[in-house]
Ligand binder design. Structure first.
Ligand SMILES: Cc1ncc(COP(=O)(O)O)c(C=O)c1O
Length: 271
């Protein structure tokens, strides 16, 4: 196992092999759905300053569009319904076909929400009993605990409930620390030959937690979101990532609060 192997981690090796070898469906569908961010994952720095959140670039795009009507097209991954639709039409079907309909749970780290929402809709139509869990960083447990903080899992945990995340479908939330995600991504590369990004490590680490909590779930499906080739300049590949992240307030927006008020009390939280 990656990094500091503990007894607990040693014990989980067979589970990891079981998941990675037989049950983990490897989907690079985030590309197909247009939900990836950039050629290489980087935290935005420069004019906006380090420690910038995803909300600031989103605001800048809005300003640019207002100043130049008709000049820009915006993918708008957080709100564009084509994002979950693509996962409904492709990823969900792929999972159903490859498991021959034997899927007990689908879990996915949540950024735009497109993956968990689109795949979840498809699988629930096929089998209403399928369990659905969103995964978020332990350091930014917005769905689990209404808190947010900086973390190192690129692509997820942005501190608000996006329009493309349908909270009504979720059975629960699983949290994974940045270290757990990173170590699992390195382990997948070293032991399974899956050179994947950090959010993929986060997904597999969360799948192990779910398998331990719910041994009755025989088939747990999750995603390998992207390739490790996007992370050459990050700790995944041994590069230290020293970022000067300022302390700042992170108030919840009104819609996020309303959505959490509606659904949060029903969720199982696995940490
Ligand atoms: C690397 C990576 N992992 C996970 C996610 C989260 O997937 P989704 O946006 O469908 O919730 C994204 C989203 O862009 C991503 O880029």
């Amino acid at each position: 196992m990656p990094g500091r192997a503990t007894d607990d981690r040693e014990r989980s090796v067979p589970v990891a092999r079981w998941l990675a070898g037989t049950l983990l469906l490897m989907c690079l569908a985030a590309w197909a759905a247009g939900t990836c961010w950039a050629g290489e994952m980087r935290v935005a720095t420069g004019p906006l300053g380090s420690g910038v959140t995803v909300r600031q670039p989103v605001r800048s795009v809005k300003e640019l569009k207002e100043q130049n009507p008709g000049k820009y097209w915006e993918p708008a991954q957080f709100s564009n319904p084509d994002n979950p639709l693509a996962h409904y039409e492709t990823t969900g079907q792929e999972i159903w076909e490859q498991t021959a309909g034997n899927v007990d749970a689908f879990i996915a780290s949540q950024g735009t929400g497109g993956t968990i929402t689109g795949v979840g809709r498809f699988l629930r139509e096929k089998n209403p009993k399928v369990k659905l869990y969103a995964i978020e960083p332990t350091e930014a447990p917005l769905l689990a605990h209404r808190k947010w903080g900086s973390h190192h899992i690129e692509g997820i945990g942005d501190g608000f409930v996006p329009l493309n995340l349908d909270l009504s479908m979720l059975d629960g939330i699983i949290t994974t620390t940045s270290d757990e995600a990173l170590e699992m991504a390195q382990w997948l590369s070293r032991e399974e030959g899956l050179f994947c990004g950090i959010s993929s490590g986060c997904n597999v680490a969360a799948a192990l937690k779910l398998a331990k909590r719910h041994p009755e779930l025989n088939t747990i499906v999750t995603m390998i979101n992207d390739s490790g080739q996007r992370y050459f300049s990050t700790p995944l590949c041994g590069e230290p990532k020293a970022l000067d992240i300022p302390d700042r307030e992170h108030p919840m927006d009104a819609r996020t609060k309303t959505e959490l008020d509606k659904y949060q009390r029903n969720w199982e939280i696995i940490e």
